[in-house]
Design a protein around this ligand. Structure first.
Ligand code: AMP
Ligand code: ZN
Length: 114
């Protein structure tokens, strides 16, 4: 998808700090981390938001959730726990229109979120 920041990161047109990559997903450090560990995980196909998950592309999302505990273990915060966030649309606070999951760890988070 042209003019998509995360498609450009996946293609290597914009640099990122890669944390994990396979056939289906790409993960990199958030440029403005909100926790000691803050990884952005994206599917390698352009899905705009959670509203666009469907029968055909949901395997990419399922795969992301298989990879999350692996990344958390590799970075050493799996045992203490972590928070996974997806912001969808305007009210959800989504700023980049390529679905992504924030994997945050290394500190304790409050609840409910603001
Ligand atoms: P959201 O607000 O859920 O759409 O999240 C977008 C996230 O992308 C924010 O946490 C940004 O800090 C992050 N971000 C924006 N540009 C970059 C970039 N070039 N490299 C890494 N993370 C980025
Ligand atoms: Zn994209």
């Amino acid at each position: 998808m042209e003019n998509c920041l995360f498609c450009k990161i996946i293609n290597g047109d914009i640099p990122s700090t890669k944390v994990y990559e396979d056939e289906f997903v790409f993960a990199f450090n958030d440029i403005e981390p909100q926790a000691p560990h803050h990884v952005i995980i994206v599917p390698k196909i352009h899905i705009s938001s959670a509203n666009d998950i469907n029968e055909e592309n949901s395997k990419y999302i399922a795969h992301i959730f298989e990879i999350i505990p692996k990344i958390a273990r590799d970075l050493g915060f799996a045992e203490n726990g972590y928070r996974v966030i997806n912001n969808c649309g305007k009210d959800g606070g989504q700023t980049v229109s390529h679905i992504h999951f924030h994997l945050t760890g290394g500190r304790q988070f409050g609840w409910p979120a603001g």
